[in-house]
Ligand binder design. Sequence first.
Ligand code: GRF
Length: 214
Amino acid sequence: MRIGVLISGGGTNLQALIDLCQAGSVNAEIVLVLSNVATAFGLERAKRGSIPTQVIEHKGYDGRGPFDKAMIQALDGAGVDLVCLAGFMRLLTPEFVRHFSGRLINIHPALLPAFPGLHVQQQAIDAGVRFSGATVHFVDEGMDTGPIIAQAVVPIMLEDDADALAARILKQEHRLYPLAVRLFAENRVRLIDGKVEISDCAQDPEGAMINPPC
Ligand code: GRF
């Protein structure tokens, strides 16, 4: 499976995917890392992993349409089967989303459908929920609304600020995103009537958590 990864920043999730692919236990290869920010540290991570990179700066384009077209060309040129958004901070046009429909996924640092959008760790703290987490989902034309593939749950501590919670969630993102990509590589993800089915998975009906655990 040929993967394209879109980034805008540090790329710790990209690193987790690089590590997955380079460990050799899945039939997947990152064939292109695309960034809209020339200084994104994720580009350096890709270079260290001998992965081709391309910078397409949105500033150089007259609107979202032409920018997304350039990205489509680059990704198609690399022959990608799956596109992973990993901290890519641009909204995508419906044309882009439709072009990669069913093979475009994102990781979001909250338990969707709660807390879509930005500053979601602060949103979770402000709402007083006891758990948050991360979600890997298909991208559709809405904002963080696509069918959910996998989620990781983390507890929220009473003293958490947004940074502390973000760090706890990010640690789990680095487990969750590779897991989701492995499911794709093993051809175990099916989108049926807008919901995701995963084949051959263990389930744990007793896997409940309570927070606070007093
Ligand atoms: C992650 O929290 C991810 O969920 C969100 O953006 C952040 C990217 O972090 N979409 P990194 O660049 O992978 O370190």
